[in-house]
Design a protein. Structure first.
Length: 461
C-alpha cells in the first residue's frame, strides 16, 4: 500500500503546477480507472508509484482526490465547476471527496451542480462567499452530500421562486444529506427555501438564515419520507413586511416522524398575518427552543390526524392568538391553522414544557381535544394523555391530562389540607390534592361547592 509521506494539497492545489515547480518531467501516467482527469487534485509525496505519478528518482508526486480545487476544473459558472469536479471524481472511482469551491468567483448558477452524476459518491462541497444566483434549477442534493457555506449572511443562495434546495431525490431514499452555514434569499415569486423530500437518517440543517421576499413562502418543509432526519438547528426565518398568504405557508412544516427541530426563530414584521409558524403533522417529533413573532396567529400547531401524537414541544414563546395549538379547535385565530387537518382523530400523548405567550400573546395553550384554553402567560408543564373509554356505547368519556397551571384541572401536593379556594371557578373542578402530612385526609378533590370547594376523600379501611 502506498504510504504518503507529505501532503502538499494546502500549499499547491494543482497537480501539474506542482510537478513544474519541482522541476520534474511528467511521466506517462498509469491510469487508475477509465479517466485520467486529475485537474484540481491536491498532491502527495510517495515512496512508491501506484500510478499515475511524476517521478523524481527517489520519490513520486501523485494526485490525491481527497480534496479538489474547483477553480482548476472546467465550467462556465460555479455549478458547472462543482459538477465537473464530482463527475471526474466518480470516473476516477473515488468513494468520497471534498470539493473546495471557495475560490470560485463566477457565482451565477444555471444548473443543478449535483445533476447527471452517473455514480454514487459522498461529497462535501465548500461554497464561496458572496451571492450565488440560482437562475434556473433547484439544487437537488443526493445521498451523502453536504454543502457548507462560509457563514450565514456571508454565503447567500438567491432564488427568485420555487424550491431553492432539495434534500434527497424524487426516487428512493437518501441518508447523510447536510446543509449548513449559509443564507437563502427567496424572491418575490415565493416557494420553499429548503424541502427535505427523502433524506432520512444522518441528514440535517444547521446555522441557516432564510429571508423571504414573498408572503407565500415556506422556510423549511420536512416531507413524510424524511423519517428520523435532523436535527434541524439554529434556523432563522424572516418574512416580508406586508401582505397575507394566499395558501398554506409556514416557517416550518413537519410531516415526517422522528424529527427534532431546535433553536428556531420564526419572524416577520409589519402587517403580516401568517396562520401558523410550525405545523406538526406526524408523530414522535420534538420541537424545542422556538421564538415566534406576533405576525403569526399561532405558534406550534398539531393537526388532528390519526398519525399525530407522541410529540414534545419545549420552550416556545410567542404568536398572537395561541403559542401552542392542539387541534381541532374553532377558536378565533386557531381555526385556520387547524383547517389543514385531514381527519377527525385527536392528537394524544402530547407533552408541552415551558410554554410562554411572550409580551403580546393571548393564550399560551389552546387544547381543542378536551377544550382547555389557558391564558396563563407561562405554563411550565401540560401533558395530554390518551382517551378514556368506558365501552363502545358511551364512547370517549375524557382524556388523561396533567398540568401545573392553576387555571384548569390539575393535581397538586403539599403538607396539610389545600388552602386555595376552588369554589369560585368551574375550570378547576375535579382537581386533586395529595396531603403528605400525617394529619387530615390523604386526598382531596375540588367539587366547586361548599366553603372552599374541597372535599376530603375518606380513607378506605
Amino acid at each position: 500500500m502506498t504510504k504518503p509521506t507529505k501532503k502538499l494539497g494546502l500549499i499547491v492545489v494543482n497537480f501539474a503546477l506542482l510537478v513544474w515547480l519541482a522541476g520534474l518531467t511528467v511521466v506517462t501516467m498509469e491510469a487508475q480507472g477509465p479517466s485520467t482527469n486529475y485537474a484540481g487534485y491536491s498532491a502527495v509525496w510517495s515512496s512508491q508509484n501506484p500510478g499515475p505519478c511524476a517521478s523524481n528518482g527517489s520519490f513520486y508526486i501523485c494526485p490525491s482526490g481527497e480534496f479538489i480545487d474547483a477553480t482548476q476544473v472546467g465550467g462556465t459558472d460555479l455549478c458547472a465547476m462543482i459538477n465537473t469536479a464530482l463527475k471526474n471524481a466518480i470516473s476516477n472511482a473515488l468513494k468520497s471527496v471534498v470539493v473546495d469551491a471557495r475560490g470560485v468567483t463566477t457565482l451565477g448558477c444555471t444548473s443543478n451542480p449535483f445533476g447527471s452524476l452517473n455514480g454514487t459518491i459522498g461529497s462535501t462541497v465548500l461554497l464561496p462567499p458572496g451571492i450565488i444566483t440560482l437562475s434556473a434549477s433547484t439544487w437537488m442534493l443526493p445521498a451523502n452530500t453536504r454543502i457548507v457555506g462560509e457563514g450565514t449572511d456571508v454565503t447567500v443562495l438567491s432564488a427568485s421562486s420555487g424550491t431553492a434546495l432539495q434534500m434527497g431525490l424524487s426516487s428512493g431514499s437518501a441518508t447523510g444529506v447536510g446543509i449548513e452555514d449559509l443564507t437563502i434569499n427567496l424572491g418575490s415569486g415565493g416557494g420553499t427555501a429548503i424541502e427535505n423530500l427523502s433524506a432520512a437518517d444522518l441528514s440535517y440543517v444547521r446555522r441557516v438564515n432564510i429571508i423571504a421576499s414573498s408572503i407565500n413562502t415556506t422556510g423549511l418543509q420536512i416531507d413524510s419520507n424524511a423519517k428520523n432526519s435532523g436535527p434541524y438547528t439554529e434556523i432563522s426565518f424572516s418574512g416580508p413586511n406586508s401582505g397575507s398568504p394566499t395558501g398554506n405557508y409556514f416557517c416550518v412544516y413537519i410531516a415526517a416522524s422522528g424529527v427534532t427541530v431546535k433553536g428556531i426563530t420564526c419572524g416577520g414584521s409589519g402587517t403580516n398575518n401568517f396562520n401558523s409558524a410550525i405545523t406538526i403533522n406526524s408523530y414522535n417529533d420534538v420541537v424545542e427552543d422556538v421564538t415566534i413573532t406576533p405576525e403569526y396567529e399561532t405558534g406550534v400547531v398539531m393537526l388532528s390526524n390519526s398519525d399525530v401524537g407522541n410529540n414534545a414541544v419545549v420552550n416556545v414563546t410567542g404568536a398572537s392568538a395561541g403559542t401552542v395549538v392542539i387541534c381541532p379547535t374553532g377558536l378565533v385565530g386557531a381555526a385556520a391553522a387547524c383547517a389543514l387537518s385531514s381527519g377527525d382523530s385527536s392528537p394524544m400523548d402530547i407533552s408541552l414544557l415551558g410554554i410562554s405567550t411572550g409580551t403580546t400573546g393571548t393564550f399560551s395553550i389552546l387544547d381543542g381535544v378536551p377544550g382547555v384554553y389557558l391564558s396563563d402567560s407561562y405554563v411550565a408543564m401540560y401533558i395530554l394523555g390518551e382517551a378514556v373509554t368506558v365501552n363502545s356505547t358511551t364512547g370517549v368519556q375524557g382524556y388523561a391530562r396533567f398540568t401545573t397551571s392553576p387555571n384548569t384541572i390539575t393535581w397538586g401536593a403539599g403538607s396539610g389540607v389545600p388552602t386555595t379556594n376552588c369554589s369560585s371557578t368551574t375550570n378547576t373542578k375535579g382537581s386533586l390534592f395529595s396531603n403528605t402530612s400525617t394529619s387530615g385526609s390523604a386526598l382531596y378533590v375540588c367539587t366547586g361547592t361548599g366553603t372552599d370547594g374541597w372535599y376530603a376523600i375518606p380513607t378506605i379501611p
